[in-house]
Every structure is written in C-alpha cells, then in structure tokens.
Design a protein around this ligand. Sequence first.
Ligand SMILES: *[C@@H]1O[C@H](CO)[C@@H](O)[C@H](O)[C@H]1NC(C)=O
Length: 372
Amino acid sequence: MKATFVTLIIAALSITGTASPLEASVVARDEGKTVRVREGPNAIQKAIDGARKGTKIVIEKGTYPEALTIRTNGISLEGKPGAVLMPPQHFVDNACTGVAAKANASDPAEPTTQAGICVHGQGIKLAQDFQTEHQRVASVATYVKDISIKGLKVKDFPVNIMVIGARNTDVKDNVLQHGRRYGLLTDGSYDTTVKGNIVTTTDDTDFIAVCMDGFAGAKAIENKLTGYAIGFCVQTNGEVIKRNTVKGTCSGISVDAHIDGVKIIDNSITEPKDPSLCRGFLIGILLDGASNTEIHGNTIRGHVAPAPGGGYGILGFDEPCIPANGLACLYDPTPSLLVGNKITNNVVRGNGQDIVVFESTPGANLVRNNDY
Ligand SMILES: *[C@@H]1O[C@H](CO)[C@@H](O)[C@H](O)[C@H]1NC(C)=O
C-alpha cells in the first residue's frame, strides 16, 4: 500500500512537464578588464571566447539569440536591464547537450536538450543515462572556477542555465523564464550559489525551476519561483534553501531519497497549481526518504486537492526506492528511511493535511512547535 502511494506521488510529480561567496570571489577575479557587448551575431560568445581570466563582460540592453558556453575561470557576465538571451536558430553541441532528459525520451522528433548558458569544466564523465530527469556526473578532470552570471534574462531554452563540473559559481539577480525542463540545473559541481533570481513560467508542462544535484555547497537564497511542476529539486547533501518564495507549483520543495542534512529555512510556499495539473497531488515540502533535514520558519499554505490524501503542507515517508521512483533511486536502489528530520516552528495552515510523517521507527523524526 505504501509503495503504491509513494509511486503515485512520484509519478504525479514527474509527468508534467549570507554572505555569499560572490563578494569575495569578485575581488579575486577582478583583474581590471571590462568588455562591453552590444547586439550582433554571437556577440556574447565572441566576447567570452576572447576573454582572459578575470574579465567582466557587460551585456547591453538587447536581444541575443545565442547559447553560451563558459569554460574560462573567473569570467563574469553582467546583463544590463533589458538584456535578453534566447534560443538561436541552430545550437552547437557542448558539455551540456543532452544532460537533461527530454520530456518524452521515446519521441525521436523532440530535439536533444540544450542549455542557454552552459558553465562547464573539462573531462566530465557522465554516469549512465537513465533517460529520466538528467544524467548525473560521475567525475570531472578539471573544474571551471569562479564564474558569475548576473542581471540577465534567459528565456525559452530546454535548460536556461546549467552549471556542470564547476566550482564557486554565482548565479544572481537573473530572470530565468520558461526553461522547459529546468530553469537552472547544477550538476556535479561544488559551491553553486543561486541568489535573488526570478525563475518563472506560465507553461504548465515545464518541469523543474531549480535543481541542485551538486557534490557539495549548494545554496538557493531569496529566489522567487513560480509555475513549475517542482520548485526546488534537492539532490545535494547539506544544501541550503533559505528565504525563497515559491508559488504555482505541484511540489514546492522535493528532497530526494538518500539526501542528508538539508536546511530549509524561512521559505514561503503558497498558492499551488491547480491539482488537476498535478495528477491530484499538491505538496509544499516533500521528504522522500530524506534524512536529517532541518525545516524551520517556513510558511506553507493552500495545498488542497479534491481527492482525499491529495494535498499536504509537509509530507515525509520512507522511500522503498523501486526503480520507477526517480533519479535518486535509479542511482541507488536501496531503501532510504525517513530519519533524523526536524520540523519545527513552521506555519503550515490551510492544507488538505498540514504535516504528515510516515516513519517506520516511531520518534525517528521531530515535529514540534509548528503552527497549524
Ligand atoms: C512519446 O513519443 C512517442 C513516439 O513519438 C509516442 O508514441 C508517445 O505517445 C509519446 N508519449 C507521450 C507521453 O507523449
């Protein structure tokens, strides 16, 4: 019965479609050179290709039909208001090509996925392609370091920004619109900070707003997410998700099986999608067999679905990890128990059920001082 329930929820979710390190690294990468880019064929990529370590590339207002590849350490992109990156007529394949699964893997007419901005290291070995969510990184020979992307609008790519095989990347104050599979995906990277971005779509088939499948050091702070099936997909141990606003999703924050020590603090998750677009399930925060998550100071409201057992503020359960249950279970098909999670001092109101924790060992998780 529980496996069926878990499978249903996973299936439902997978069908539809501080002191930041920025300030310190800006000083380190500033070698005094700024390049300005205006509209023109491949204007931004040409500037990137000509840039040495430490170059800041300022992108003036305009429309840029380009897909960018960044692999030189210490490059900063800074969009001026009105600088918009959108898909070109033709893509040149790079390290990000095909990393995100297509919406329909068995449809030969659907093109291979591409990223609008691909920040990538060298010698990236991908783990096996399971044709679900994305391919995980097995190893990286050389990481690209200290890249920053700021102030740009990036729209309509399969993945608007992908960070793969990188260290110390800052993605700050951008608008990422209608990324059909991912607004932002960080994969096989260390220390990615995603701060102050607006990640938005009005297309109900769009899949995940922000997914951080890094090796360590993932942070998502003060972003505004609207309209995806999943707001945050949490696949990095110790990931920090703080002061974000999430609206219009089926699942606001999903912490995957085998993921440990995540901090979910002071976020607001309200006004979910119409449950008919979510196979009847609405979940504010899902702990899918996650361990030692700290969840406090969050406000979660309005996850109400007509079917009984369809709407949850916070839902946690042991994850048996049958293969249908998503990427985390495909890579590690051992059961993942819901243990050591602390759910305290949240406001969880007006949801079908506010907080539901199915634990196999009574008392394995702490639920205390919540307002509901
Ligand atoms: C995926 O594509 C195949 C081949 O075109 C098609 O037969 C199938 O119905 C599609 N599946 C969905 C869910 O759209």
